[in-house]
Design a protein around this ligand. Structure first.
Ligand SMILES: [Zn+2]
Length: 272
């Protein structure tokens, strides 16, 4: 989740995040502020001082302990672009993160939020190119734990019949999964994507079951659920539904990370 202290698109304070998570009975939260280096849109700065971040996390952990709140983990969401390999590896080793998410927010040189030519591309082509970029990212970078929101390319597409389907690009998905599985990295199921599909009135609310089934059948075990919350209303949103859905597809464990180590979440079963 993101806070307004380090992520310019978030509106919740760390204290609000922690107290809300506590009230929802969430035992572990991971702060994953945006670190998007060399971002094309200069309206906001998507980078921050890492040492300062580390100090803030310690303060937030302290705050959470003082109210008997959730364990607060230090994550980061690093935005990949093809020329950033060395800088990403540097950032990844700069702090003792609990978990490190890699994501892609820039497509054809444009922030996906603003779209550019994305909506004009045929769905299949769009999905194929994005999943292919994710696969490249996951092979090229070694120092990370989780690939975030694999379906982000679809988030701002208003077409109700659009989703990120396995059948659109099976080879690219297999390549991505092979990269993740061979390196022991996790696939994130992002519930902000689910919320967005609901708001759109999409015919495809949940992630394509074929994506999950294929990941499992190839040997994928590490799955995380992320709310990607930028506001308190989104904290833990659709966790219940997502957990039940994943269970129905054969997922028996959900993980969170502490000290870069995946931990099977004992809370997972409470959602069934
Ligand atoms: Zn993101």
């Amino acid at each position: 989740m993101h806070t307004k202290i380090y992520s310019p698109d978030a509106s919740q304070s760390p204290e609000e995040l922690i107290t809300t998570a506590k009230s929802l009975g969430i035992k572990n939260v991971t702060i994953t502020e945006h670190n998007d280096m060399d971002f094309p849109d200069k309206e906001f700065i998507w980078e921050f001082d890492l040492q300062e971040y580390s100090r803030s996390i310690k303060e937030w952990q302290e705050f959470s302990r003082s109210i008997d709140g959730p364990s607060v983990h230090m994550g980061i969401e690093i935005g990949w672009q093809s020329h950033l390999k060395d800088r990403i590896e540097q950032t990844a080793t700069a702090l003792p993160f609990d978990s490190l998410l890699l994501s892609i927010h820039v497509f054809h040189g444009v922030d996906i939020y603003y779209g550019g030519d994305i909506a004009l591309m045929p769905r299949k082509e769009r999905n194929k190119e994005y999943i292919s970029a994710l696969a490249r990212m996951c092979r090229e970078i070694d120092n990370y734990d989780i690939v975030a929101h694999y379906d982000y390319i679809n988030r701002y597409i208003e077409d109700k019949s659009s989703s990120v389907f396995y059948k659109d690009c099976p080879e690219e998905f297999d390549d991505l999964f092979d990269a993740l599985i061979s390196k022991d990295k996790a696939l994130e199921i992002n519930t902000a994507s689910i919320e967005k599909q609901i708001v759109k009135g999409s015919s495809y609310i949940m992630p394509d079951p074929d994506v999950i089934r294929r990941y499992i059948s190839m040997g994928g075990k590490l799955i995380t659920i992320g709310s990607d919350a930028h506001t308190t209303e989104r904290i833990g949103l659709h966790f219940d539904r997502t957990a039940k859905y994943l269970k129905s597809l054969g997922v028996s464990e959900i993980f969170y990370y502490e000290g870069r180590t995946p931990i099977s979440d004992p809370e997972y079963s409470k959602y069934f």
